[in-house]
Structure formats: C-alpha cells, structure tokens
Design a protein around this ligand. Sequence first.
Ligand code: NDP
Ligand code: BG6
Length: 513
Amino acid sequence: MAQDNRHPFLQGLSKHRGAPPTVITIFGASGDLCKRKLVPAIYNLAVDNLLPADFYLIGYGRKPMPDATFRELASESISKFSRRSLNTEIWDRIEQNTYYCSGGYDELEAFKNLSAKIESIEKELGRDVQSVFYISTPPSVFEPIIENIGAAGLAIRHQDSDKHTKVVVEKPFGKDLESARHLNRVIGHVFQERQVYRIDHYLGKETVQDLLVQRFANSIFEPLWNRQYVECVQITVAESLGVGTRGGYYEQSGATRDMIQNHTMQLLALTAMEPPVSLDAEAIRDEKVKLLKAIKPLRFGYENSDVIRAQYTEGLIDGEKVPGYKQEEGVSPSSETETFGAFRLNISNWRWEGVPFYLRSGKRMARRVTEIAIQFKRPPSTLFSENEMFNLESNTLTFQIQPDEGSTVLLNAKIPGLQTRTQPVKMHFKYSATFGSNTPEAYERLVLDAMIGDGTLFIRGDETEASWSLITPLHEFWASEKERGMENYVSGSWGPLAADRLLWDNGHEWRRP
Ligand code: NDP
Ligand code: BG6
C-alpha cells in the first residue's frame, strides 16, 4: 500500500469525509475576518483537496462591487494572509465560481436576489447544493441577517437531506445573558439547532482538540484528574498585541466578553468536564454544559473578590514603546474598559470541590501564550531534608496551546553526584517536532466541519447561556460601580499585582510561562 506522507490532519480527514456540493455565502465579505481568515481558510481547504468538487463562494456586503473586484480582493488576501502561497491553478478553480452580491442586511429584496443567485447555480449545475451562510459582520446586524435568511425561504431549503442549510454565527454571541437568550430565540424561529454553528475559533485549534485526546486516550491521567491529586489549575490566554484598530469594538466588549466568557471558559470546560459517553457533538456539549453549570457564582466586591480587572498603561513590548489603552485609536481617554481579567473559580462537583481554577486573559502582556497548567499536590515531606523539600516543585502538566504547541510534565529529579540533591526537570512533547509544522489554522477545520455538518467544535445555545449566567452578574456589578476596582498594569508585564494577590490568598502563584 502506498505510504500517505501528507500532514496527519489530512490523512485522518479526506478518506472519510466529504461535503456535498456547497455554496458558502459570507456576510460582511469586505471585512477583516473574511480577508485575514475565511478566504485563506477556503483556499487552504482547496489546496488539500477538501472542498467538494462543486464549490461556490458568494461574498455579500452593502457596498456594490463587481464579481471581478471581489475576486481580486480575495486573491490579494490569499497572497497576504494564507499560510501557503497562492497557487494560481488551484485559485483559478475557486475563482471562476466566486461571486459577489450587494445589499443591505435588513433588505429582504437583496436576500431574495441572493436566493435567486443560489438557484441559478443549482440550475446550471443540474443538482441541489447546500447553502452555508457565514455571518461575519458586527453583531448589531446578526439579527436582521438571520431573519432575512428565513424570510427569503433560504433556511428551509433541502431540509430533509444532507444538503440542508447551515448558518455559522461569529462571536460575540450576545453581550450578556439576556441578549444571548434573545439571539438564541431569534435563531430558533428560523433554524433548527442542528443547522446552527456558533463559532469559538479556539475549538478549531489543533492543540485544543488534542486536549481531549491526551485526557481520554491515556490511562495515566484520569486517576489523578481530581481533587485528591490536583492542587490547582491555571489557564492563561495572554496576548502581547494591544487592541490595534479594533478600539471601537473593544470599548463595548473588554477582556471578559472578548476572551473569558468564550475562549477561556471553553478551555476550562474541556479541561474539567467528565468523560463524555462518546466523541459525538451532543455528548461532548452535554458534558461541557454540566461543567459550566457546576461553577459556583463568582464573589465580587472588595473583600474576597474572585475577580480582578485591569487596564494596560504604556510600556515596552519587545523593546518597543507602546501606548496605554486610553491612548489607543477609538478608545475614550476616560475609558473604564478592562483589557485584563483574572478569575478564581470553584467548581461544585464531586471531582473538583475545593480545587481552585485560576483563569487570566489580557492584551499587551509580556508575551503571547495560551496554556493550561494542572498543578499537582506536593508529596509528603518525610524523605527529604527541609532544604531539599524547599527545592522540590509541584509536578505540573502543562498543555501549550500556542505558540509552541505541545505538552510538558515537570518532575523533580536527582542531580548526579554523591549527595541526594534535587532539581526540577521537564519532559516535553513538541507538536512540530513530531508532526511537522504548518499545522492547519482553526478556521480551516471549522469551515470544513460546518460544510460537512459536524457541530462538535461549535457551541450549543445552552452552553453560551450557561457561560453568560456566570459572567453577567459581574458586568452588572461593574456597571453599577463604574471606576472602582479597576487596576492598571504596565504593557509588557504579566498583569497587575492584585492578580498575584488573588492566588497568594490560597498559597499559590501564577506561572511565568
Ligand atoms: P468588520 O468590522 O471588519 O466588519 C465586517 C463587515 O461588516 C464590514 O466590512 C462591513 O461590510 C460590515 N459592517 C461593518 N460595520 C457595520 C455596521 N455597523 N453595520 C452593518 N454592517 C457593518 O468586522 P470583522 O471582519 O473584524 O469581524 C466580523 C465578525 O467576526 C465580528 O462579529 C467579530 O466580532 C468576529 N471576529 C472577528 C475577528 C477578527 O480577527 N477580525 C476574530 C474573531 C471574531 P459592508 O460595508 O461591505 O457591508
Ligand atoms: C478573538 C478576539 O476572538 O480572539 C481578539 O476578539 C483576540 O481580541 C483573538 O485577539 C485571539 O485569537 P488567537 O487565535 O490569535 O489567540
């Protein structure tokens, strides 16, 4: 049998999975996400031969634009942002099936034109195609888009086949519990839940998926994965970038809505949930919801608060001076938006009662790193001298989600020599060393899964609500208290001192990854 030398991602996928003929319509096609992530993702799927033979791309936006201009923009974005360079032969095949439709997001007539376009594609092809609608606009227009997809009859096409319509909804999914519930209701009026793909692009990252495999495909971890052996868990999602050109959006959002309610909570849910009965989408989502619901309500206020929020001030990143948050474009000079959040969570279930879960996420931190660290309890102190006990570090299993993907176990070992002296050492598994670099981007996997109809890596409606239930009371408190409780941290640091104190209360310390 011929050896399959392609990336392991592809070896697993292409033999078993295939999407039916598909038209993807991207709403907000002139936007940043479409340009930087979605078009390059589609192109890379084409390079890997993972697109269906009959594949069509329609960009949709308010500005009128000829097909040729959109094609040109798409090819430029591939040249600029794709992880693999533009191969004109492959791009030509997609390009000839790429179109642009213009119209308002609240203009039913324009959606009827879109429907006519999809029907004309079907007619030309002589067979049915599935429609995937990717909503990549600011959230203010999610609702009219969904309603107009429904009103134009696009949601119920080919309902009883694998070519039924799918809708992909970008984040943020609501800004609080009430708005998330409302959006779920609006979606529920138009679509069945099996048609809905709520994006959290962290779930598309290879290393996040590997977390499930490492947890459940190895028997050595499960016996230790509980309150008897785990001292605490730390989840860090740190960025060195600031808000860049997204100041306007970020002012309404802040770190808690932008990163903690979604990406960081998803990492927590996958780390702490019970083993699912299968790897099916529903089984995994059931366990995540159970876990999110078991998190105790946050304590906030000034005594014993479980939450610290802070804003970056000017500082140095990689030796370069960077402005403070209040000086960023689109940000109010008196802004009270947090760019950093640190949380201490307690999970009230049999496995985790009493084990603190620490979460932190921020912009302009010392470096870009996302990791999950399981810190185990220290061994009894009967065998080593007091001095050596001091040198021993807690065993820690760390999953490096990005940028140096892999996992590490920290152990204590004997330093060679006549005396029994110890030193912490690390056992590493490095993704790129074992599987090669140039791993597919999260959006590639997610676009493919939506086309195939696999919702495992997407968020179910009740998951978003469970996560908002935890965060919303905090936002209500902050809205009522305004400025008080906001800390500062210097750009290029690991956050404010108050975030360190949050752990010192329990005798713990943040890792310095
Ligand atoms: P943009 O601000 O670039 O907007 C996308 C498109 O939506 C614009 O090109 C414009 O298209 C249309 N649009 C912009 N503002 C409005 C408005 N006020 N009313 C109606 N239409 C508007 O957004 P992004 O591309 O950055 O993000 C799209 C979605 O993806 C958002 O929900 C965002 O939160 C999410 N997201 C983005 C990420 C990113 O890195 N950019 C990362 C993760 C999620 P036109 O004028 O042609 O109609
Ligand atoms: C997005 C946030 O969801 O995730 C951004 O809106 C953030 O503010 C981005 O920069 C981080 O994603 P990644 O994949 O670069 O870690």
